[in-house]
Design a protein around this ligand. Structure first.
Ligand SMILES: Nc1nc2c(c(=O)[nH]1)N[C@H]1C(S)=C(S)[C@@H](COP(=O)(O)OP(=O)(O)OC[C@H]3O[C@@H](n4cnc5c(N)ncnc54)[C@H](O)[C@@H]3O)O[C@H]1N2
Ligand code: MOO
Length: 408
């Protein structure tokens, strides 16, 4: 199929079409809580116990009988520890004879050891300063719902609810196949005509953060049979297959053609630049995406498409970036038929706001990656954004680094 921009899909339609046709059935596994960070729950998880089991003290202090305080402060000079009161610090249970707690700040001990209440306004009733049964967690309550990504505090919440392990969804396995006869592994010293395989690291880092497991395959040369053999191996092992490079119109860009021939569903091209020659297919029920080769295009394809596929597999919302409003420093022109995804630098404007400057095309990949503070998405249909316009920018770096100017 000839790659025709005009029949390309939008980013939103491409993701939706692929998800709708993909019959995801994640397997479930049980993991120990100390391995559960970032995993996604496979079911509603309920507390198996209540805490406190009976009750506990809310304050460091002593447990007393509230009945002794029914008619004002009692004379405590003859009180004996264990008989009239008991030590009960924060979180401690205490004997059934007592039903209220007085904080240590409201008592004192005389030289002879006698107890004295120092707060004349003390009000002690049944349950004063006592955590009742189930006030930390109640048996049977849902602690974490199904399809929730487990943050460190949610993992702790599961432990509070009496669990040592949790049923989670298997991570989607994503196969990454770098293709291109010019590529050599990163860390090599490139010879003339060679390029370093860098995208695999970016792909690995991004997928790990989204909760996928990555299998990086060796570089495949631009040879139809070698590519097909590598694709077949990857299809056997993975839930999603990424073929990187060879997506466009070059003589050795076999991948789009391969996907078209093998796929029950195939789309070539998305209405977004950079990264428009992305190829999307379903082969034997597995999504296979031909991620464009250039680093910046590969990043975008990962970001809007593969992130969405991983979230769909796990049943979680697609992670969104924080956005800020900024004033555009210069005019930006774009074709109406494409969204433009521009990397921008942000800087404080001196009046509490931010200025946003699109990074020049000739900056070079390494400089562009370092200087990118945010992403400006100019929508389909528009042909320009004017200098001085207020625009919304997705942050690629933490705001505090931008405001301090620490990245430059
Ligand atoms: N005549 C045309 N040429 C190009 C078009 C077009 O429409 N007509 N589209 C351009 C666009 S847009 C993009 S994006 C690229 C897509 O490139 P491919 O996906 O075909 O990738 P390759 O040709 O294999 O490589 C391009 C470039 O990227 C480097 N690369 C590839 N893989 C990696 C990797 N794993 N790590 C680092 N760098 C990688 C590769 O060495 C090349 O330098 O096509 C335009 N051309
Ligand atoms: O749009 Mo490509 O993605 O030129 O780099």
């Amino acid at each position: 199929m000839e790659f025709v921009y005009e029949t390309s899909v939008t980013r939103a339609d491409a993701l939706r079409e692929l998800c709708e046709r993909w019959g995801v059935e994640p397997a479930v596994r049980v993991v120990a809580l100390d391995e559960a960070f970032g995993r996604v729950t496979a079911e509603d998880v309920r507390a198996v116990c209540s805490l406190p089991v009976k009750r506990s003290s809310k304050r460091d202090g002593i447990a007393v009988r509230s009945a002794d305080f029914a008619h004002g402060l009692p004379d405590t000079s003859g009180w004996r520890r264990g008989r009239d009161f008991a030590q009960a610090d924060t979180g401690d249970d205490f004997p059934d004879a007592f039903d209220a707690v007085i904080a240590v700040e409201d008592i004192a001990y005389e030289a002879d050891g006698a107890l004295r209440i120092t707060n004349d306004d003390l009000d002690v009733r049944p349950g004063t300063a006592v955590n009742p049964c189930g006030s930390i967690v109640r048996a049977g309550d849902v602690i974490v719902p199904v399809h929730t990504r487990l943050t460190p505090e949610l993992v702790a919440a599961l432990a509070v609810g009496g669990h040592a392990q949790v049923r989670v969804l298997e991570r989607p396995v994503v196969a990454y196949l770098p293709t291109g006869s010019e590529l050599v592994p990163y860390g090599s010293y490139p010879q003339r005509g060679q390029n370093l395989e860098a995208n695999g690291l970016m792909v690995r880092g991004m997928l790990g953060a989204w909760g996928a497991e990555v299998r990086c395959y060796p570089i495949v040369r631009d040879d139809r049979e070698a590519l097909e053999a590598a694709l077949d191996r990857a299809l056997e092992a993975a839930d999603i297959v990424l073929i990187n490079g060879g997506s466009s119109r070059g003589e050795e860009d076999f991948n789009a053609r391969l996907l078209e021939q093998r796929g029950s569903y195939f789309r070539h091209g998305v209405r977004a630049i950079p990264g428009r020659p992305v190829g999307m297919a379903l082969i034997d029920g597995t999504p296979v995406v031909n991620v464009p080769g250039p680093v910046l295009a590969a990043f975008l394809c990962m970001d809007w498409l593969i992130k969405g596929l991983v979230a769909h597999y796990l049943g979680v919302p697609v992670p969104q970036r924080q956005t800020v409003r900024a004033r555009l420093a210069e005019e930006v022109k774009k074709p109406a038929g494409f969204e433009r995804l521009s990397r921008v630098a942000l800087s404080p404007d001196g009046e509490g706001g931010l200025t946003c400057t699109p990074l020049p095309f000739g900056l070079g990949v390494a400089n562009t990656l370092r200087e990118s503070d945010g992403m400006l998405v100019l929508p389909l249909g528009c042909t320009e954004a004017e200098a001085g316009e207020l625009v919304e920018v997705e942050l690629l770096k933490p705001l505090e680094l931008i405001e301090r100017g620490a990245c430059r």
